[in-house]
Design a protein around this ligand. Structure first.
Ligand code: F6R
Length: 610
């Protein structure tokens, strides 16, 4: 989604802003822009459609000097991607605004502004904000007060950065539903959607709360809370380093992140165990009081994180023997739900800012859940701050739009959650082996990468002319089939469907012929024999099977079956391992198809609008 950067410094800020935009490219965008107040007190604005590099090229041709500026990457919501819809949006050559989010009442505001004589150059909701601030400033001649007055008129979820040529020594930021942080420098200060955008200039930041307005000057920042009262927010040091946001030896962040999985799984599991049991405190200090009382679990998430939740349901019901429901956040928000006593509400999210998941959590607070827990990769995110309990996955910054290492670390965390709850429902001796097996997962992940990478790279050529694929799994592997299909769709733009293998004959079998690759995850588990029968159904119709399985399954390479061998793993933990070759498959097929792997079309990393 859109990315915001702003700077007030004693040096020229153009390059700092452009570097910031590059660091925010991972969020997904379709156009970019920058506005700077130059030494002659002119407001200069450059905007381009397409990659940030286009903007950088334009800037190189006509550099803009100036010590105060804002910049933006836009992910289109209102109005198509184009230069004139790109931000910043200006009003009266005085006010410049960049915006992340949606202004829901912009149509009525726009009508009033047109009646008042304002001319609109774009189709965006954002331009409304620029004109409103201009209108207020014409009356008040007070920049901060004008922003405060305008915010009262806006409905929606948004973050803003605003520049005023008439007051060139400060910028104003607003956080109202979409993320915004302040970066603290020496004699210079910044705002951004994510502190990662500011790493070359500072690692120190302030996290704004919802409803905060921040007035950023070179030597100080003033923050006002949603009631208008001046307030302080605590300073944090980002653990991120520039290394974490560089591709290193890898051609794409996605491949780097797939290969980081053994390390980040290890980091996620590292501090969660004492001998043979999970440390309940890893979920927060209230966990010891809440966990023994849990009678039911409701999991809510979106996309890949939702699939992690689907797998957790198998674990929670099988191992902890507690009922568990899983639902997509954008669905549960809009229906009446009945909450059973002592139900824990669990959200799963890489970013911690996904609008639907966050809103579902906010609603859950009034619905009688016993408490909320988030499994999240971003410690400073809204989900972590607004949940009663949190388990922080240690995937580190995930830059590729497709979730890979975030997913496997979510699974590791959810397995720990299951084991922590099971301590109150199941004899300890039943859990000991599982804990030991879980500790070995990073090592097995490493072996999987070693043994399958080459084979999958070689196999990817087979997909060069393929337009469709089916992914099959049974039981706990069914969500892995869904995840494999999602990865292939989003990165390689190949239409793919994930199915529980037993469902094939109820419809999708009609699609199977010699042009249909059928990718199957087949660990040596209780359902293997049933799965083998489903594979026969595919073979009988000429479908081409690609089967990920281990030596003990007896599945061999033969006409119509490509068998790719996986290391041995406890079947109940197999989703953590069997997703890895599917990530690699999507990556290498995308490489052959020549897609933009780290920034697939139309997608954004952090989905901060509904
Ligand atoms: C797919 C993917 C998305 C995210 C989804 C939720 O590869 O990355 O489906 O999983 O947008 O995002 P988070 O986990 O940040 O809430």
């Amino acid at each position: 989604m859109c990315g915001i950067v702003g700077a007030v410094a004693q040096r020229d800020v153009g390059e700092i802003l452009l570097e910031g935009l590059k660091a925010l490219e991972y969020r997904g965008y379709d156009s970019a822009g920058i506005a700077i107040i130059d030494p002659k007190n002119q407001l200069t604005c450059l905007r381009t459609q397409g990659k940030v590099q286009e903007l950088v090229n334009l800037y190189k041709k006509s550099p803009v000097l100036g010590k105060t500026g804002i910049a933006h990457t836009r992910w289109a919501t209102h109005g198509k991607p184009s230069e004139c819809n790109a931000h910043p949006h200006l009003s009266g050559e005085t006010i410049a605004v960049v915006h992340n989010g949606i202004i829901e009442n912009y149509e009525s505001l726009r009508k009033e502004l047109v009646q008042a004589g304002y001319h609109f150059c774009s189709e965006t909701d954002t331009e409304t904000i620029a004109h409103l601030i201009h209108q207020e400033y014409t009356n008040t001649h007070d920049f901060l007060q004008s922003v405060k007055n305008v915010v009262k008129k806006l409905k929606g979820a948004y973050a803003l950065a605003i520049l005023n040529k008439a007051e060139p020594d400060h910028i104003i930021g607003v956080r109202f539903g979409s993320p915004l942080v302040v970066g603290l420098g020496i004699g210079e200060n910044f705002i951004a959607s994510d502190l990662a955008a500011l790493l070359p200039v500072t690692q120190k930041g302030l996290i704004l709360e919802n409803g905060d307005i921040v007035d950023v000057h070179r030597d100080h920042v003033d923050i006002f809370d949603k009631t208008g009262k001046k307030t302080n927010r605590s300073i944090y040091e980002s653990e991120l380093t520039l290394d974490a946001v560089n591709r290193g030896q890898y051609q794409h962040f996605m491949l780097k992140e797939i290969f980081e999985q053994p390390k980040v799984l290890e980091a996620t599991l590292q501090n969660s165990f004492s001998d043979h049991h999970v440390l309940i405190e890893s979920f927060g200090h209230k966990a010891r009081e809440l966990f023994p009382k849990i009678k039911q679990i409701q999991i809510v998430a979106c996309g890949t994180s939702y699939y992690a939740g689907m797998i957790a349901r198998y674990w929670i019901e099988d191992i902890a023997q507690i009922p568990c429901q899983v639902e997509i956040a954008s669905e549960i928000r809009y229906r009446r739900t009945i909450v059973a006593p002592n139900t824990l509400f669990v959200t799963i999210s890489q970013s911690g800012e996904t609008a639907d998941t966050l809103e579902a959590l906010r609603q859950a607070k009034d619905l009688g859940y016993m408490g909320s827990l988030t499994i999240c990769n971003t410690p400073e995110s809204s989900l972590v701050r607004e949940s009663d309990l949190a388990f922080i996955t240690r995937a580190g910054k995930e830059i590729g739009v497709a979730s890979t290492k975030a997913f496997t670390t979510q699974l590791a965390a959810l397995c720990c959650l299951t084991l922590a709850i099971a301590q109150h429902t199941t004899p300890a001796k039943n859990l000991k082996k599982l804990v030991e097996d879980l500790k070995h997962i990073p090592e097995i992940a490493s072996k999987t990468l070693e043994t399958t990478n080459r084979a999958i790279k070689d196999l990817s050529g087979y997909f060069a002319d393929k337009k469709n694929a089916l992914f099959l799994g049974r039981g706990i592997q069914y969500p892995i089939a869904l995840e494999g299909a999602l990865k292939l769709k989003e990165i390689a733009y190949v239409h793919a469907e994930g199915y529980p293998a037993g469902e094939l004959k109820h419809g999708p079998l009609a699609l199977v012929d010699k042009n249909m690759p059928v990718i199957t995850v087949a660990p040596n588990d209780d359902l293997l024999e049933k799965l083998k029968s489903n594979l026969q159904e595919v073979r009988a119709r000429g479908g081409q099977l690609i089967v990920f399985n281990d030596d003990q399954t007896g599945i061999k390479n033969q006409e119509g079956i490509m068998s790719i061998k996986m290391p041995k793993v406890n079947p109940i933990l197999a989703p953590l391992i069997y997703v890895i070759p599917l990530q690699l498959l999507a990556y290498y097929v995308a490489l052959i198809k020549g897609t933009d792997i780290d920034h697939p079309r139309n997608l954004a990393k952090s989905v901060t609008v509904e």
